[in-house]
Design a binder for this molecule. Structure first.
Ligand SMILES: Cc1ncc(COP(=O)(O)O)c(C=O)c1O
Length: 418
């Protein structure tokens, strides 16, 4: 099953499942609190809030296992109330939320959807599945977010939507994107898979465009195993979204007593997450603010510890524009070249530190070439893909572990200087 295109410790691994099978084996070998020099530091470690088991057991006790139950409503109410959106639907994955978003746009063959090439596979495949052609544009070198100038150039009469991806939970320039979308009467769908509780001009990512999506995949800040959410900000999409989520029926109208029986109304699917998943997501969401704060603290420590290497020009650290508050989802930096990045990954691996890189650009991937097209030069995408390195990051990552990682990186650059 294709999941992520992540390069893992220098070896390409297509498939999250393979990546995490590897990681699980590693986790068994390590003590939870104590990652000393002999123990492998994994790239990701799921942070549990302590309530997951209780809620999960509650679902089993109540024998309410399917979708649309108490925990689903708790999650959806929180998303609506806390984030501020007109409709929220808990889905079995961020990918499924993207697929719902694409269906909401009534796309037809020939329609085009503009998106960055530097993103996860399903940002594009969701729209291809709905009949459209993804048009890949470049990103900006400072944030890895979609380049507005390239978007503007790529807009044509065929364009039906723009899909900005808020890379690493750092918001794209949504004011400008909104203006562009309005000017050309096209939809704006935010891929905020990385973005829970991050903001752009005090608005939560995912709630600014017409439609937004979040991911609660195991690697994200808030996890449910495989889960995600669709956020409907523009009310005109609400009725159809509800019907798509209810497997293509007007079951919601029946629940409201508006119709006696429900019937087939849309081309929906089993997009909703089960209550088993919802119970875990709820245990996480209750503590979402704390989780984000903990991750941000670890992110900030990395930033400070690596500043000397940035000052000497060895690496480039992430940039967070003034209008944005990020959420500590990803800590990455750029090396000077692909060779150095690959050597550093190998060096870290020798020191039992797992680091990864992504994304393999979509515009030159086999399916990207088959189903999509490129607009303009994608030089920054290619360069970021070759030079970007992600460091281990989880909510309760300790200072001691971070120091071990930084010491290893420093040794690498010291050896290079000799
Ligand atoms: C930018 C982006 N969009 C969409 C997704 C898909 O989310 P999920 O894994 O929940 O299906 C991911 C997942 O990593 C992602 O990084």
């Amino acid at each position: 099953m294709l999941r992520h295109s992540i390069l893992f410790a220098g070896t390409e691994i297509i498939g999250c499942d393979i990546l995490f099978m590897k990681r699980r084996a590693t986790l068994e070998e390590i003590a939870i609190e104590d990652l000393n020099g002999d123990q492998t530091i994994p790239f990701n470690r799921v942070y549990l809030t302590g309530k997951e088991q209780e809620y999960f057991t509650d679902v089993l006790k109540q024998k309410e296992l399917a979708c649309n139950g108490r925990y689903t409503h708790k999650v959806q109410d929180w998303l609506k109330g806390r984030l501020g959106t007109n409709g929220a639907f808990l889905t079995g994955a961020g990918t499924l939320a993207l697929e719902m978003a694409a269906l909401l746009l009534d796309l037809a063959p020939g329609d085009e959807v503009i998106m960055p090439s530097f993103t996860f596979v399903t940002t594009a495949s969701a729209f291809v599945r709905a009949g459209a052609t993804p048009v890949f544009v470049d990103i900006k070198a400072d944030t890895m977010n979609i380049d507005l100038a390239q978007v503007e150039k790529a807009i044509s009469a065929k364009t039906k939507a723009i899909v900005p991806v808020h890379y690493a939970g750092v918001g794209c320039d949504m004011d400008q994107l909104k203006n562009l979308a309005k000017k050309h009467s096209i939809a704006l769908v935010e891929d905020a898979a990385h973005g829970i509780l991050a903001t752009y001009k005090d608005q939560y990512l995912g709630t600014i465009g017409d439609i937004g999506i979040l991911s609660f995949h195991e690697t994200k800040n808030v996890v449910g195993g495989e889960a995600g959410a669709l956020l409907i900000n523009n009310e005109k999409y609400l009725t159809k979204a509800r019907q798509l989520w209810h497997k293509g029926t007007n079951k919601h109208d029946m629940e409201l007593g508006l119709v006696g029986r429900y019937t087939w109304t849309e081309l929906g699917s089993a997009f909703a997450a089960s209550e088993i998943t919802a119970s875990v997501v709820w245990a996480q969401i209750e503590k979402a603010t704390e989780i984000v704060e903990m991750r941000k603290a670890a992110w900030q420590r990395y930033y400070e510890m690596l500043t000397p290497l940035a000052q000497t020009g060895h690496i480039a650290l992430p940039h967070v524009p003034q209008d944005c508050v990020q959420n500590g989802h990803i800590f990455y930096f750029l090396t000077q070249s692909k060779t150095i990045r690959d050597e550093l990954i190998q060096h870290l691996k020798k020191d039992k530190i797992e680091s990864v890189f992504h994304y393999i650009p979509l515009h030159s991937s086999p399916a990207g070439l088959k189903y999509g097209k490129s607009a303009g030069d994608l030089r920054t995408t290619d360069s970021a893909s070759e030079r970007l390195l992600r460091l281990p990051l989880w909510a309760d990552l300790s200072v001691a572990v971070q120091k071990r990682i930084i010491a290893s990186i420093e040794r690498f650059y010291q050896a290079k200087a000799q």
